[in-house]
Structures are given as C-alpha cells and as structure tokens.
Write a protein that binds this ligand. Sequence first.
Ligand code: ADP
Ligand code: MG
Length: 622
Amino acid sequence: MPKVKILSPDVISKIAAGEVVERPASAVKELFENALDAGATRVEVHLKDGGKSLILVKDNGSGIDRVDLDTIFTRHATSKIANAADLEALLSLGFRGEALYSIGAVSEVTVRTRTEGAKEGWELFLRGGARERVAPAAVASRGTEIKVEEIFFNTPARKKFLKSDSAEFDQTLNIFVPYALFFPSYHLTLTHNGRTVYDLAPAQSFAERAAKALNLNAQHIIEAEDSFPQDKIAVKLVLGDINIQRPRRDLQYLFVNGRPVQSRNLLFQINDIYRLIMPEGVHPFFAVFITLPPEDVDVNIHPTKREVRVRQESRLGGLLRGAVERALMTKGGAKEVAANDVFTFEPSGSGSNSAPARNFGVPADRIVFAPGQKGAAASIGRPAAQYWMAPTGYRRDDLPIQPPAVESGVNFGDMYQIPGMSSAAKAGESGHLVRVPERLARARFVGTFVKKYHLFEEGDALFVIDQHAAQERVVFEKFLRQIEAGKVEVQHLLTPVLIKATPQEMLAWESSEDKLKSFGFETTQLDEGTLALQTAPTLISNPEQAVRALLGEESLARADKESVARRACRASVMAGDKMSQVEAAQQLKELLSCKDPFTCPHGRPVFIEIKSSFLDRQFLRT
Ligand code: ADP
Ligand code: MG
C-alpha cells in the first residue's frame, strides 16, 4: 500500500503554496524537516561550498517504501495529510508535498533509502526533475539519505543570485541551530567542506544542549515549565540568566508546536520582562517552546511556514510574561564577577533598586499621545510628540525612532527643538542669529535628571542632554579619527579576555581577523569555540561586547571604517553613572568639539531644547 498520495485539487487550492527553494538553506530546511517527520533521532547534514555543490541529509527515520519512490518527487505528493480537515490539526512539519518536487526540479538528486524489515534498499536518481534511475541498492540500515548536487544548475539566474559560500552556510546554521535546541535528545551533525561544525551527541537536558549548541555556560541557563490548562497552553522555558548578555538579539528562539517561528510581539514581551534584570543595551538568550492545541495555530499562511498565526496572541503574550518572570525571579542566578573582568561595565540600571521605572501594562509601542493641549500638540510634528510624550515605560530601543521629518519652514512650535535637524541657527535673545553649539557652549549646568540627562540653561532655553547619546557621539568620533589616522590607541590586556563564540561568530571571525586587528582588537583562536582578545582600543569600554557586535554581522570584512566604529561604539558605551558637574561640563565640551554634536552615531538626538515660553503655556501663563 502506498503511503504517499497526491492531494486532490480542492486541498491544493487551500494550501499557501509558493517557492520553497530559493537557496541551499531552504533545501536543507525541507530535507531536515522531512527527516524529523520520518521519526529520525539521528540526522546528519553535510554541505559543500555553502550547499551550492552538495547538500546531503541522512537520517535513521522510517525510510521510504519502493512504491512511494515513484511519487514523492511529484507535486503535491504527501503522506502527511489526506484532506482539508487534516490541515486543521497538523502535527507534522511538512504537509504540502512540494519540497521534494521543487528541489528535484532544480538539481541532481540521489535518494538512498531502506524501510524497517525490508530485504534491500533502493536508490533513485533524478536530474532536473527527470527520473533517470531506480535500482536496488545496498543500504546498511533503516533510514533515508538524500543527496542534492549542483543546485540551480538549470536556473542560472537563481544561481547567480546566491551569496558567498560562507553567507549561504550561515543561512543553514540558522535552520540547524533552532532544531538542535528543540531536540536535545537527538544526535545531530553538521559538516561543511568536510569540517565538523557540530556533532551534538544526545544531551540530558535542554540547558545542556543549548550550552553545547550556542557555546554558553550551562550553569547560566535556567529551565522551567509552566502550563495553563484553562487555555490549553503549555510552555517550556530555557532562559539565560543575567550572566549571558549579548549586544544583539541574536540568541532568541521561539517555537510554536515544535516549529521555529518569528513573532515580534511575543519576543517583545519576553525581552520586556528581562528588563527587570538586564542592563540597558544588552540582550538575553532564551528559547521558548510553546504548545497550543493545533486548531489554535495556523501555519498555512506562508510558503516557508516561518510565520504562524496564533489565536489569542495577546492572551498568550500575557501568560508568557508571567511564566518568564516567575522563572527568572525564582531560579535566576546572580551576576558573576570574573577575576579578569577588568572591562565589565556596571551600568546604573543593573541593580534592582535602580531599575528604571516601568509600566507593565502598556507595551511601549502603544504610546498614547498627549491630549491635544490647546494648540501645542497640534503645532508640533508627530515625531516630536513621540519623543516628548514617552511614558514611564519608555526605553530607547523600543521606539521606532527616526529623525523627525522636518522640512524647512515647518513650525516645531516653541516647545521643542532638535537642534541641527531643523536649522543650525536660531534667533538669539538680541534678535541676531546664534548657532546652537555656541549657545550651548555658554550654557550653565543646572543638574542631572534620573542619572540619564544633563540639564543646562541658556537664556530662555533649557537644554536636555542625553548623557549616553552624547558619550556615544564623543567616543565614536574619537575612535573614527584614530582609525582614519591608522593609529588606534590600544591597551594590552594583562590576561586575555576569553570570548566564547558561536559557530556563526567563528565563521565571521575567520574572514575578518585582520580587519579586527586593524581596529585595535587583536584576537587569536584558542580552541574551536573560543577567541582570546589580546588588545583592545582604549576608547572602548567593553571590548567583548564590541567584538561580538562586530562579528554579529556577516559583512564585517567589507564594512567601511565608519560603520565599524559605529558598531563598536554602540555595544561598548553604556549609560553612565551619575556624573558630577565637572564631568558633565567636560562631556559637553568634548561634545561641542565633535563634527556632528547633534545626533548619536545611530541617529538619535543628543540634546533637545525646551523654551521657557513652552513651559509658560503649560502653566497657562500666556
Ligand atoms: P511533505 O513533507 O510536505 O509531505 P515533501 O515533498 O517534503 O512533502 O516529501 C514528500 C513525501 O516524501 C513525504 O510526505 C514523505 O512521505 C516522503 N519523505 C520525504 N523525505 C523523507 C524521509 N527523509 N524519510 C521518509 N519519508 C520521506
Ligand atoms: Mg517536507
């Protein structure tokens, strides 16, 4: 009896079909998921040249019956669903019967397979979708091996579009790693050009697997489970504690019913809870596995199945917040201070008593604007109102901050100015034009506010300076000048800082070691997953985070000086401690000597101006 059937036209019409193979990694994804669907507990993935010349996926799953070999490369041939009702309660990763068909059409495929109890195995060879050979073959044990060679050989346009081998391989890592996290008890292997990148033996726990797969310290990973029977929701949490800090949100994984998915909203909710323990500017590791009744999840909305729709997402978000908070508060470890932690920052937000005021109920992206104060709100551009009205839960990362779109002649009102973005010159008290930097230069220090803002007064204006943004600007310009002069001032570290790197970061490091060095970060490889940082630019206060930020993007090898400086600074300058009057004045002086004192290197304003007439209006004095 064949297991594989061709779906009927009415089912086909209900399927969100589309391209499934656009690059080697998409083929890896489909083959890997097929192996998992076949009940495999051991899966090997081998790639050559980023997958461009070879992708081989070998599993110990069910194997494929001889009779089904005749149909599996046909479009809409699947053993996983039979009718439209099955779509409502999917338990398998695949269901469209399109992957093998699409892969077969654009490559040379060899299948070797054997089912349980079969006398012999079978080999099938296809080229460009045309079957060229089926024959009995010696296959040692139950399972399937699918070899894809010369992908896109007959679609040169598609082939030309592919990126470098390492960039393509990087995409495969993005497929492989989440599944490695989700199946800790499976033996999973990944090689590239004959080199073993992962050989993950079955692990005892999710934490152990995550530590191995991401090169983290297992002691810093918390595991917890929670269930909400009323909502038929269960969650499994694998959470990094405060000791795992990343400059980007690159180690955050979300699964719904065993499928890696993306959800901005759910990720936001979890990151938001982490703000309770995490300093500003760094991000946690977490892998969150959510189980919902299949009928509450719709995976049939996008061809790559990467997006899912969940019924009652906001309810789920709320439950998730609670579960994560409970786990972190009851099981989370304290910050460890390593002996050689010379450069570890202690930003003001890290202590529990100095944690910023937060507004749990209201996500920061749903900001309510000021009630239209007589005329005031109406006369200012919306972006300005956004800055101004940021509620207690405001954090710089959450707001979609772009420089306000100010056209010349637009009236910002007298409440608020982003100097330099409107006009660099303004009328001074005496009526003639005085440039803002000159006015700032003679401003008087008034005080600091919530350890974040310096207040200066000048004439009828109050200048509010974002201490952190100012620092970023100052360090960025100094660092860039050093880079451009080819003289980066470095510090030799007494004991090298050891950086545990993920395979992805290692990959980036291999192609950019020299580049890092030219920017003052001298690194050597200590072992497979560890870099030793020997020197660091004196300007950069947290070189480990800076190196990570630099390795975090694929294109470091080609990046220009300015973007390198920008990236290094972003990770490295932290919101400072309370500054004294002298320090604040010194910072202002350095800021004013910058080429562009108006914005931080990432485009946020460094200072704003509030005029007394605005306050007068608020107090109904006009
Ligand atoms: P789908 O996964 O959506 O069913 P595919 O084109 O990926 O569609 O695969 C077609 C069929 O081939 C599957 O339904 C399954 O029966 C069979 N198959 C593919 N890969 C394997 C494998 N590694 N082991 C066993 N059967 C497989
Ligand atoms: Mg499939």
